[in-house]
Design a protein around this ligand. Structure first.
Ligand SMILES: Nc1ncnc2c1ncn2[C@@H]1O[C@H](COP(=O)(O)OP(=O)(O)OP(=O)(O)O)[C@@H](O)[C@H]1O
Length: 279
Protein backbone atom coordinates (compact mmCIF):
# COMPACT_ATOMS: atom_id res chain seq x y z
CA UNK A 1 0.00 0.00 0.00
CA UNK A 2 1.24 3.47 -0.92
CA UNK A 3 -0.17 6.17 1.32
CA UNK A 4 0.06 9.87 0.71
CA UNK A 5 -0.91 11.71 3.85
CA UNK A 6 -1.84 15.38 3.99
CA UNK A 7 0.77 16.29 1.39
CA UNK A 8 1.42 19.94 0.58
CA UNK A 9 3.94 21.28 -1.90
CA UNK A 10 4.76 24.93 -2.43
CA UNK A 11 7.24 26.65 -4.69
CA UNK A 12 8.22 29.73 -2.69
CA UNK A 13 4.83 31.27 -1.86
CA UNK A 14 2.95 29.39 -4.58
CA UNK A 15 0.97 26.53 -3.07
CA UNK A 16 0.73 23.88 -5.80
CA UNK A 17 -0.44 20.78 -3.91
CA UNK A 18 -2.98 21.20 -1.14
CA UNK A 19 -3.63 18.54 1.50
CA UNK A 20 -3.43 15.53 -0.79
CA UNK A 21 -4.43 12.31 0.98
CA UNK A 22 -4.81 9.05 -0.95
CA UNK A 23 -4.14 5.36 -0.31
CA UNK A 24 -3.26 3.14 -3.24
CA UNK A 25 -3.41 -0.63 -3.15
CA UNK A 26 -2.11 -2.86 -5.93
CA UNK A 27 -3.77 -1.83 -9.21
CA UNK A 28 -3.67 0.56 -12.11
CA UNK A 29 -4.67 4.16 -11.35
CA UNK A 30 -5.42 6.90 -13.85
CA UNK A 31 -4.31 10.27 -12.48
CA UNK A 32 -6.54 12.62 -14.41
CA UNK A 33 -6.63 16.37 -14.46
CA UNK A 34 -6.39 19.35 -16.78
CA UNK A 35 -3.10 21.05 -17.61
CA UNK A 36 -1.67 22.68 -14.51
CA UNK A 37 -3.76 20.56 -12.07
CA UNK A 38 -0.61 19.45 -10.23
CA UNK A 39 -0.22 15.90 -11.55
CA UNK A 40 3.48 16.16 -12.41
CA UNK A 41 4.25 17.92 -9.13
CA UNK A 42 2.49 15.14 -7.20
CA UNK A 43 4.42 12.49 -9.14
CA UNK A 44 7.72 14.27 -8.52
CA UNK A 45 6.96 14.35 -4.80
CA UNK A 46 6.24 10.60 -4.84
CA UNK A 47 9.45 9.74 -6.74
CA UNK A 48 11.39 12.04 -4.42
CA UNK A 49 12.49 14.56 -7.02
CA UNK A 50 10.88 17.30 -4.95
CA UNK A 51 11.09 17.83 -1.22
CA UNK A 52 7.63 17.83 0.29
CA UNK A 53 6.61 21.04 2.08
CA UNK A 54 4.30 19.22 4.52
CA UNK A 55 2.90 15.72 4.90
CA UNK A 56 4.15 12.15 4.57
CA UNK A 57 4.50 9.28 2.15
CA UNK A 58 4.31 5.74 3.49
CA UNK A 59 4.95 2.51 1.62
CA UNK A 60 4.04 -0.87 3.16
CA UNK A 61 3.51 0.98 6.44
CA UNK A 62 6.98 2.58 6.51
CA UNK A 63 7.56 6.32 6.32
CA UNK A 64 9.49 6.92 3.10
CA UNK A 65 9.14 10.71 2.92
CA UNK A 66 12.24 12.18 1.23
CA UNK A 67 13.88 8.74 1.37
CA UNK A 68 16.29 8.17 -1.54
CA UNK A 69 16.54 4.43 -0.99
CA UNK A 70 12.76 4.11 -1.50
CA UNK A 71 13.03 5.70 -4.96
CA UNK A 72 14.66 2.47 -6.17
CA UNK A 73 11.27 0.73 -5.78
CA UNK A 74 9.80 3.13 -8.31
CA UNK A 75 9.98 3.01 -12.08
CA UNK A 76 9.31 6.43 -13.55
CA UNK A 77 8.70 7.60 -17.09
CA UNK A 78 8.73 11.42 -17.06
CA UNK A 79 6.85 13.49 -19.64
CA UNK A 80 10.14 14.51 -21.18
CA UNK A 81 13.12 12.26 -20.87
CA UNK A 82 16.61 12.22 -22.27
CA UNK A 83 18.47 9.32 -23.84
CA UNK A 84 21.99 9.07 -25.24
CA UNK A 85 21.17 9.19 -28.94
CA UNK A 86 24.57 7.97 -30.13
CA UNK A 87 24.54 4.97 -27.80
CA UNK A 88 22.70 1.74 -28.57
CA UNK A 89 19.38 0.75 -27.05
CA UNK A 90 21.22 -1.79 -24.89
CA UNK A 91 23.84 0.70 -23.66
CA UNK A 92 21.15 3.21 -22.72
CA UNK A 93 19.33 0.61 -20.62
CA UNK A 94 22.62 -0.49 -19.09
CA UNK A 95 23.16 3.11 -17.97
CA UNK A 96 19.71 3.17 -16.29
CA UNK A 97 20.36 -0.26 -14.77
CA UNK A 98 23.52 1.11 -13.12
CA UNK A 99 21.59 4.12 -11.79
CA UNK A 100 18.97 1.74 -10.40
CA UNK A 101 21.76 -0.28 -8.78
CA UNK A 102 20.66 -3.50 -10.50
CA UNK A 103 23.32 -6.15 -9.81
CA UNK A 104 25.85 -6.98 -12.56
CA UNK A 105 24.74 -10.61 -12.54
CA UNK A 106 21.08 -9.87 -13.29
CA UNK A 107 21.59 -6.77 -15.47
CA UNK A 108 21.67 -8.52 -18.85
CA UNK A 109 18.53 -10.58 -18.11
CA UNK A 110 16.69 -7.49 -16.78
CA UNK A 111 17.54 -5.45 -19.88
CA UNK A 112 16.49 -8.20 -22.27
CA UNK A 113 13.24 -8.84 -20.38
CA UNK A 114 12.31 -5.14 -20.49
CA UNK A 115 13.10 -4.89 -24.19
CA UNK A 116 10.98 -7.96 -24.90
CA UNK A 117 8.03 -6.48 -23.02
CA UNK A 118 8.11 -3.33 -25.13
CA UNK A 119 8.83 -5.31 -28.29
CA UNK A 120 12.21 -3.69 -28.97
CA UNK A 121 14.33 -6.84 -28.70
CA UNK A 122 15.22 -6.64 -32.39
CA UNK A 123 16.61 -3.13 -31.89
CA UNK A 124 18.93 -3.98 -29.03
CA UNK A 125 22.10 -3.04 -30.95
CA UNK A 126 20.66 -0.07 -32.85
CA UNK A 127 21.60 3.46 -31.95
CA UNK A 128 18.76 5.45 -30.36
CA UNK A 129 19.16 8.05 -33.14
CA UNK A 130 17.82 5.47 -35.63
CA UNK A 131 14.56 4.77 -33.72
CA UNK A 132 11.16 6.24 -34.53
CA UNK A 133 9.40 8.53 -32.00
CA UNK A 134 7.13 5.66 -30.90
CA UNK A 135 10.12 3.36 -30.40
CA UNK A 136 11.89 6.01 -28.29
CA UNK A 137 8.76 6.26 -26.15
CA UNK A 138 8.77 2.45 -25.80
CA UNK A 139 12.41 2.56 -24.78
CA UNK A 140 11.40 5.09 -22.12
CA UNK A 141 8.81 2.59 -20.89
CA UNK A 142 11.48 -0.15 -20.92
CA UNK A 143 13.70 1.90 -18.59
CA UNK A 144 10.71 2.54 -16.28
CA UNK A 145 9.95 -1.19 -15.91
CA UNK A 146 13.61 -2.21 -15.72
CA UNK A 147 14.30 -4.29 -12.61
CA UNK A 148 10.59 -5.02 -12.00
CA UNK A 149 9.85 -2.15 -9.55
CA UNK A 150 6.83 -2.40 -7.21
CA UNK A 151 5.55 1.04 -8.18
CA UNK A 152 5.58 2.33 -11.75
CA UNK A 153 4.57 5.87 -12.67
CA UNK A 154 4.00 6.99 -16.24
CA UNK A 155 3.59 10.72 -16.85
CA UNK A 156 1.63 11.25 -20.09
CA UNK A 157 2.87 7.92 -21.52
CA UNK A 158 0.81 8.05 -24.70
CA UNK A 159 1.65 11.64 -25.70
CA UNK A 160 2.66 11.63 -29.34
CA UNK A 161 1.83 7.95 -29.90
CA UNK A 162 -0.26 6.79 -32.85
CA UNK A 163 -3.38 4.62 -32.19
CA UNK A 164 -1.47 1.36 -32.73
CA UNK A 165 1.22 2.37 -30.24
CA UNK A 166 -1.48 3.37 -27.72
CA UNK A 167 -3.03 -0.10 -27.98
CA UNK A 168 0.43 -1.61 -27.61
CA UNK A 169 0.93 0.43 -24.43
CA UNK A 170 -2.38 -0.77 -22.97
CA UNK A 171 -1.48 -4.39 -23.74
CA UNK A 172 1.89 -3.88 -22.10
CA UNK A 173 0.15 -2.56 -18.98
CA UNK A 174 -1.95 -5.72 -18.71
CA UNK A 175 1.19 -7.83 -18.95
CA UNK A 176 3.11 -6.02 -16.17
CA UNK A 177 0.39 -4.93 -13.73
CA UNK A 178 0.35 -7.98 -11.47
CA UNK A 179 1.19 -7.13 -7.82
CA UNK A 180 2.15 -3.59 -8.71
CA UNK A 181 0.91 -0.09 -8.12
CA UNK A 182 0.84 1.64 -11.48
CA UNK A 183 -0.06 5.30 -11.87
CA UNK A 184 -0.73 6.81 -15.28
CA UNK A 185 -0.98 10.56 -15.40
CA UNK A 186 -2.88 12.10 -18.28
CA UNK A 187 -5.44 14.72 -19.22
CA UNK A 188 -7.01 12.39 -21.79
CA UNK A 189 -9.79 10.27 -20.26
CA UNK A 190 -9.79 7.90 -23.24
CA UNK A 191 -6.21 6.90 -22.42
CA UNK A 192 -7.08 5.44 -19.05
CA UNK A 193 -10.74 4.46 -19.13
CA UNK A 194 -10.14 0.92 -20.38
CA UNK A 195 -7.00 0.05 -18.47
CA UNK A 196 -7.39 1.53 -14.98
CA UNK A 197 -9.09 0.07 -11.91
CA UNK A 198 -9.52 3.53 -10.47
CA UNK A 199 -9.31 7.16 -11.49
CA UNK A 200 -7.87 9.86 -9.28
CA UNK A 201 -9.27 13.18 -10.43
CA UNK A 202 -7.16 16.23 -9.62
CA UNK A 203 -7.64 19.91 -10.19
CA UNK A 204 -6.13 23.03 -8.70
CA UNK A 205 -3.68 21.03 -6.58
CA UNK A 206 -6.42 18.99 -4.88
CA UNK A 207 -7.94 15.54 -5.23
CA UNK A 208 -11.53 16.05 -6.35
CA UNK A 209 -12.54 12.40 -6.51
CA UNK A 210 -11.14 8.88 -6.48
CA UNK A 211 -13.30 6.06 -7.74
CA UNK A 212 -13.79 3.27 -10.26
CA UNK A 213 -15.33 3.91 -13.66
CA UNK A 214 -18.88 3.13 -12.47
CA UNK A 215 -18.58 5.63 -9.63
CA UNK A 216 -17.26 8.33 -11.97
CA UNK A 217 -19.96 7.62 -14.57
CA UNK A 218 -22.75 7.71 -11.95
CA UNK A 219 -21.89 11.34 -11.11
CA UNK A 220 -23.08 12.33 -14.60
CA UNK A 221 -26.24 10.20 -14.57
CA UNK A 222 -29.26 12.36 -15.47
CA UNK A 223 -27.01 15.30 -16.34
CA UNK A 224 -26.17 14.56 -19.99
CA UNK A 225 -28.41 15.88 -22.76
CA UNK A 226 -28.52 16.07 -26.51
CA UNK A 227 -29.55 19.43 -27.93
CA UNK A 228 -30.03 20.35 -31.56
CA UNK A 229 -27.56 23.00 -32.69
CA UNK A 230 -29.08 26.42 -33.32
CA UNK A 231 -31.77 26.55 -30.62
CA UNK A 232 -29.59 28.81 -28.43
CA UNK A 233 -27.32 27.99 -25.53
CA UNK A 234 -28.52 28.11 -21.92
CA UNK A 235 -26.08 29.71 -19.46
CA UNK A 236 -26.39 26.63 -17.18
CA UNK A 237 -25.07 24.32 -19.86
CA UNK A 238 -21.58 23.04 -20.23
CA UNK A 239 -21.22 22.11 -23.90
CA UNK A 240 -18.88 19.13 -24.03
CA UNK A 241 -18.79 18.65 -27.78
CA UNK A 242 -20.73 18.83 -31.00
CA UNK A 243 -21.52 15.86 -33.21
CA UNK A 244 -23.35 15.08 -36.40
CA UNK A 245 -26.17 12.59 -36.99
CA UNK A 246 -27.89 12.16 -40.33
CA UNK A 247 -26.31 15.42 -41.46
CA UNK A 248 -27.72 17.37 -38.48
CA UNK A 249 -25.50 18.97 -35.81
CA UNK A 250 -26.11 18.32 -32.10
CA UNK A 251 -24.52 19.46 -28.85
CA UNK A 252 -23.63 17.12 -26.00
CA UNK A 253 -24.53 19.18 -22.96
CA UNK A 254 -23.96 18.71 -19.22
CA UNK A 255 -26.48 20.38 -16.93
CA UNK A 256 -27.61 20.24 -13.32
CA UNK A 257 -31.13 21.24 -14.24
CA UNK A 258 -33.87 18.91 -15.47
CA UNK A 259 -33.77 19.76 -19.17
CA UNK A 260 -36.61 19.15 -21.59
CA UNK A 261 -34.11 17.57 -23.95
CA UNK A 262 -33.22 14.02 -24.81
CA UNK A 263 -31.22 12.48 -21.97
CA UNK A 264 -28.07 10.51 -22.89
CA UNK A 265 -26.28 7.60 -21.26
CA UNK A 266 -23.26 9.07 -19.40
CA UNK A 267 -19.64 8.13 -20.06
CA UNK A 268 -16.54 8.42 -17.87
CA UNK A 269 -15.65 11.60 -19.73
CA UNK A 270 -19.04 13.08 -18.74
CA UNK A 271 -18.44 12.12 -15.09
CA UNK A 272 -14.95 13.59 -15.22
CA UNK A 273 -16.22 16.89 -16.66
CA UNK A 274 -19.08 17.05 -14.10
CA UNK A 275 -16.51 16.64 -11.30
CA UNK A 276 -14.19 19.32 -12.75
CA UNK A 277 -16.98 21.79 -13.48
CA UNK A 278 -18.94 21.14 -10.26
CA UNK A 279 -22.04 20.01 -12.18
N1 LIG B 1 9.16 24.35 -10.30
C1 LIG B 1 8.05 25.07 -10.24
N2 LIG B 1 8.05 26.33 -9.77
C2 LIG B 1 6.92 27.07 -9.69
N3 LIG B 1 5.70 26.64 -10.08
C3 LIG B 1 5.64 25.39 -10.57
C4 LIG B 1 6.79 24.54 -10.69
N4 LIG B 1 6.40 23.34 -11.21
C5 LIG B 1 5.08 23.44 -11.42
N5 LIG B 1 4.62 24.66 -11.05
C6 LIG B 1 3.22 25.13 -11.12
O1 LIG B 1 2.41 24.18 -10.46
C7 LIG B 1 1.16 24.02 -11.13
C8 LIG B 1 0.96 22.54 -11.44
O2 LIG B 1 1.89 22.16 -12.44
P1 LIG B 1 2.08 20.64 -12.88
O3 LIG B 1 3.12 20.59 -13.94
O4 LIG B 1 2.27 19.80 -11.67
O5 LIG B 1 0.64 20.34 -13.50
P2 LIG B 1 0.17 19.14 -14.42
O6 LIG B 1 -1.16 18.72 -13.91
O7 LIG B 1 1.23 18.10 -14.48
O8 LIG B 1 0.01 19.85 -15.83
P3 LIG B 1 0.35 19.29 -17.31
O9 LIG B 1 -0.73 18.31 -17.64
O10 LIG B 1 0.27 20.53 -18.13
O11 LIG B 1 1.73 18.70 -17.26
C9 LIG B 1 1.21 24.92 -12.36
O12 LIG B 1 0.56 26.12 -12.04
C10 LIG B 1 2.69 25.16 -12.55
O13 LIG B 1 2.93 26.42 -13.13
Amino acid sequence: MLEILDLNKSFKKKEVLKEISISLKTGVYGLLGPNGAGKTTLIRCIVNLYDITKGNIRFQGIDVTNNNAFSKNIGYLPQKFGLFKELTVYDNLQYFAVLKKISKESMDTCIKESLKKVNLQDRVNNKVSTLSGGMVRRLGIAQAILGNPQIIIFDEPTAGLDPEERIRFKNLLSSIKEDKIIIISTHIVEDVETCCNKMIIMNDGKIFKMGNSEEIISIARGKVFEVKQGIGIDSNWYVEKTFFRNGEEFLRVLSNKKEGHKSLEPTIEDGYMCILKGI
